[in-house]
Design a protein around this ligand. Structure first.
Ligand SMILES: Cc1cc2nc3c(=O)[nH]c(=O)nc-3n(C[C@H](O)[C@H](O)[C@H](O)COP(=O)(O)O)c2cc1C
Length: 174
């Protein structure tokens, strides 16, 4: 088993592609990857790892992607202990059509795992993003890495590279 677990939920494949890019960059000897739809049994899968990268797109009006709903519901009820875990979140959204809830699902994941004791890292400056409102912003920063393949796909590669560079401070990426 690798040291880092990447878990992603994706409806139309956008976050999946991003998660796979992140996995390729990190390397399969260092990170395992789970599609929440097909590979995920229950939250014990998450607890196997001390380091987690959690990917989720935003749907509805700021809701988490479908395949995260049940796991988060279970986690809410069972309240497993995530202390000692280091977690960073990433995901895709649309800052133009959904600029009032841009990548808000990241805020939901952040709150949930933060409240269960995880060390949450990987906050990203809002500079360079155009959006109206987002539940993923805390203290002036996004709680994780937002990507927008609809409007800003030209920035994705650099944003991922910069983020992974930053995560080296907290994740065993080398
Ligand atoms: C019905 C619908 C609702 C959406 N709601 C949001 C939203 O609230 N916030 C946001 O940032 N993006 C929203 N989006 C954009 C998706 O999150 C975006 O297309 C994303 O890349 C899809 O990723 P996935 O294929 O990994 O699920 C919405 C898209 C649709 C079609």
């Amino acid at each position: 088993m690798a040291k880092i677990g990447i878990f992603y939920g994706s409806t139309s494949g956008v976050t999946q592609e991003i998660a796979e890019k992140i996995h390729d960059s990190i390397g399969e000897d260092i990170a395992d990857i789970y599609n929440m739809e097909e590979d995920f049994d229950d939250y014990n899968d998450l607890l196997k790892y001390d380091y987690l990268l959690l990917g989720c797109s935003t749907w509805g009006a700021g809701e988490v992607q479908n395949y995260w709903r049940e796991p988060l519901f279970d986690i809410d009820i069972e309240k497993p202990d995530f202390s000692g875990k280091t977690i960073a979140v990433f995901g895709s959204g649309d800052c133009t059509c959904h600029g009032k809830n841009f990548v808000s699902a990241l805020g939901t994941l952040y709150d949930r795992f933060n409240s269960l004791g995880a060390k949450m890292v990987g906050a990203v400056s809002t500079e360079g993003y155009s959006f109206e409102k987002s539940n993923a912003v805390r203290d002036g920063k996004f709680v994780g890495l937002p990507l927008d393949e609809v409007n800003e796909s030209d920035k994705t590669e650099e944003r991922i590279a910069d983020w992974l560079e930053m995560l080296k401070a907290d994740f065993p990426l080398e």
